[in-house]
Structure formats: structure tokens, C-alpha cells
Design a protein around this ligand. Sequence first.
Ligand SMILES: *Cc1c(COP(=O)(O)O)cnc(C)c1O
Length: 292
Amino acid sequence: MESIDLRQAIIQDISGFYSNSQQVSVLRLDLIHPIISGNKWFKLRYYLDEALAHGKTKLLTFGGAWSNHIVATAAAAALQGWSSTGLIRGEASSTPSPTLVTAASLGMEFIYIDRSRYRDHLVPAAADAGSGYLIPEGGSGPLGVDGASTIWELIPAGYDHICCVCGTGTMLAGLAKGAPDGVQVTGISVLKNNLSLDASVAALIPLRHNWDIIHSLHNGGYARYTAAQIQFMNELFTATHIPTDIVYTGKLFQAIHLLIQAGHFPKGKKILLIHSGGLQGNQSLKKGELVF
Ligand SMILES: *Cc1c(COP(=O)(O)O)cnc(C)c1O
């Protein structure tokens, strides 16, 4: 498998599609690797270093059947020549998701945990936790934050607003932690009414006040989407050749478009959207819904 190539993460100007008065660009983290795309590698990188430092050659982690983090962890383990175990929420299916099919092809083994017990995040004895290195679900936690803050290595000076999408808020916390003075980091939450997200981000970066989260542009909640979102994703692709996904980046790009049209960002400010990858999630859609 090819390795991560950060030089592929170009910055693309999309001002023409977004605004006639504001500079809007995208950092294309979706291009750094065909499988470990986007923010997941940044959130994993220090966990991988820690596993190495502990002499572990097996990764264990939690996730759902469509989790970008599961497939990224499987690929990261395969790249290192390590093994991996996915602790998967729910029951095994006779028609596993494309996500799990890909993870299995990368050598990941699965242990299924029923939904009621999954919440406790206890590693089942069968997973033999002591033999491996356990990464928190989604690559969250302090090392995930510090890894995400290294996204700044790819961001040139001069942007006033950095915009990203939030699940756990780990990427947002990392971006805010690493941001130079005067830069505001705005997150679009994909969850409905997940109002405790602000408190969990604040707990990760108590000294930073350069961030905010918008909770009203989730299009119905996690993994839900509207016809208008699909239409927007298709129009965005036709105009810019940027593919987005239904769960995360499609919502980000549509939300920022709405905010810019509504005059949310002061005139003259330079905006950078983080394309955090995750395109494999679109495999849950019917063929033909998206033009890409
Ligand atoms: C996981 C994921 C996110 C969410 O990142 P958090 O750090 O959990 O907020 C955003 N975008 C994509 C494409 C993802 O796969």
C-alpha cells in the first residue's frame, strides 16, 4: 500500500463558487491517502508513535460499521506491518458494510459488541487488550488533539477563519490549539442537539477561546441528510471537482456556503475550509444520487 503523502494536500481556491467578495479556499486533506484520508491520519499519528514506543504491533479500537476511523486504523496498521482488531458496535451482518469489507481486506479482525454494552467501552477479554495498543474511538483524546494540531503544518499564514466539521470535536480542538493569534476556528456540528460538545472541547483546550461551534446546520442529525444537501454536493463537485461525503464534509461545505451568503463572516476576511476526507461513507448511497 502507498504511504501517506502530505504534499498532495493542496490548497484550492473556491471563491468563484462561494462568494464574489470573499476569498474562500479548501485544504484538501482528502488527497493525502486513498484510504487513511483526511483528519483521521492526523488524529492517529501520535497514537501510532506511542504504540511503537511501547513495542506494540497490534492496534485495537472501537467504531461503528461505517466508521472512517475503523478503516483508517486498519490501513495505518497495515502500513506499519502490524495487526489490528476492530471492536465493532452492533451485530455481525451477513452483508457487511463496504467499510468493514475494506478494513477486513487490510487484515483487521472484528469483535462485535452489542449496543447496550458498547457504551461502556470495555474491551472484551477475547480481544486480549494487553497484547495490543488501544486507541480511543475516533482517535479522540489529548494525543488526537495534538495530532490534529499538526494540520497547521499544511496551512500557510494569512487566513482569518478556519472552518471544519465536528463529530467529537477533536479536530476542532487541535486546530484551535495550533492556531496563530487572531485566527478564529469555527466548527459545524453534524450531531443534533449535542450541546455538551462545547464543554468537551473546552475541557481539551481550557486556555483557548478562539473557537466556536454552530449547532443548527446538521441537516437532521448524524448521517442524515436532505435533498438540498445532495444537490449542493453535486453542484459543488460540478463547479470545483471537490467530492464531499454525506456525513461530514457535505454538511461543512453547504453550511459555510449558507453562512457566507448570510454575511456571517466580515467582508475581506480570508476563509479556509478543512476537507477532512471520509469519502468512503458515500458507499451507503444509491448509485446515481451523486454525480461523482
Ligand atoms: C471523523 C471525521 C470528522 C470528525 O472529526 P472529530 O475530530 O471527531 O470532530 C470530520 N470529518 C471527517 C471526514 C471524519 O471522518
